[in-house]
Design a protein around this ligand. Structure first.
Ligand code: KG4
Ligand code: ZN
Length: 325
């Protein structure tokens, strides 16, 4: 079964063709990072306008690179939430138009579930259920218990800033540019984590909190001249430490068979290494290019939804505040 996936929830316009939820035939991503970097963060109006310009060429490129025609496609999957309303609308309307014009079934996909499904795109070894999913992106830091391919139960989430959001804001404070995660990671490579930033453990809960950490950084740079690289390394370490410790604890409590990482922050090398060192169960992490937003993960997710007998019809509404589990 070949699925065309479409993703426009934030600042990447993406389309991909994936076979049986596993084999990536094409994976096209048009990033708007350079445009938003000028403003130090994503400007929603600019994002939706860029999606409008890019969506048709990106879909055409995904089809051309896959060397397929519409007769070779069995269904279309599109992200309908969570995300920026104006951005989501572009992808959803394009998907509806293509599906309708070609008589193809359409399924709306949850962006967070799609991030998790990136773990099935390259895997040699099978994922066993139940597993614990940590989705860490610019908007989310969610701990989700996955009991089956389409069964999710949320255990915890951030109470304020998401991990990626905290990294983006910290990079701004340190003058490292946008997007902050990769900028902090690069600077951290040259420093040592010698500063002891506070960690919000929120004992007895699987929730996270990163806004106090960001405030602590703000006060530090107001008070004294800091080494940017040591501060970046220490800030990154404070986030990695909490994410890994709380996820490992939840994995033990829930007696899961595996831990699955996903979302843009999962591209972080330090986070990947530390999980590999400390996880009590097999750990799955997509390649960095499949951690950040892409449409192959949307096509994979759509495949499992179609397999479960779902189809959305042609009247999907966008749900910007959609959650998972
Ligand atoms: O999943 P994603 O591409 O978009 C959302 O759904 O939000 O995640 C983007 C987030 C941004 O906050 C970005 O700074 C962060 O992921 N990120 C990273 C890295 N690459 C992207 N954070 C840490 N290390 C990285 N290498
Ligand atoms: Zn994302």
């Amino acid at each position: 079964m070949r699925i065309l996936g479409i993703e426009t929830s934030c600042d990447e316009t993406a389309a991909a063709v994936v076979e049986n939820g596993k084999r990536i035939i094409s994976n096209v991503i048009a990033s708007q990072i350079d445009i938003h970097a000028r403003y130090g963060g994503i400007v929603p109006e600019v994002a939706s306008r860029q999606h409008l310009l890019a969506i048709v060429p990106v879909v055409e490129k995904a089809m051309t690179e896959a060397r397929v025609s519409w007769q070779d496609i069995d269904g279309i999957a599109v992200t309908f939430g969570p995300g920026l309303a104006g951005s989501l609308l572009v992808g959803v309307n394009a998907a509806k138009a293509i599906a309708l014009a070609n008589g193809l079934p359409l399924v709306g996909v949850n962006h967070l579930e799609a991030h998790i499904c990136a773990n099935w795109l390259e895997g040699e070894k099978p994922v066993e259920f139940p597993c614990l999913c940590l989705v860490v992106s610019g908007g989310h830091s969610d701990l989700i218990l996955m009991k089956g391919q389409t069964q999710f139960e949320k255990l915890g989430q951030t109470r304020d800033d998401a991990a990626g959001e905290a990294l983006d804001k910290a990079a701004r404070i340190l003058g490292l540019g946008y997007p902050g995660g990769p900028a902090i990671e690069q600077a951290a490579e040259k420093g040592t984590p010698c500063l002891n930033f506070p960690r919000a453990w929120l004992r007895g809960s699987y929730d996270f909190s990163f806004s106090g950490l960001k405030t602590s950084l703000w006060h530090l740079v107001q008070k004294e001249q800091v080494s940017v690289v040591d501060t970046a390394a220490s800030f990154q370490w404070a986030i990695v430490d909490v994410l890994v410790s709380k996820t490992v604890e939840a994995a033990r409590d829930m007696e899961v068979k595996a831990i699955l990482l996903s979302g843009g922050v999962a591209a972080n090398l330090r986070l990947r290494e530390h999980f590999a060192e400390r996880s009590p169960v097999p750990i799955f992490i997509p390649s960095p290019i499949l951690c950040t937003d892409n449409a192959a993960m949307v096509a994979a997710c759509g495949y499992y939804r179609f397999q479960a007998g779902e189809s959305s019809g042609y009247d999907i509404d966008v749900v910007p505040g959609l959650s998972l589990g």
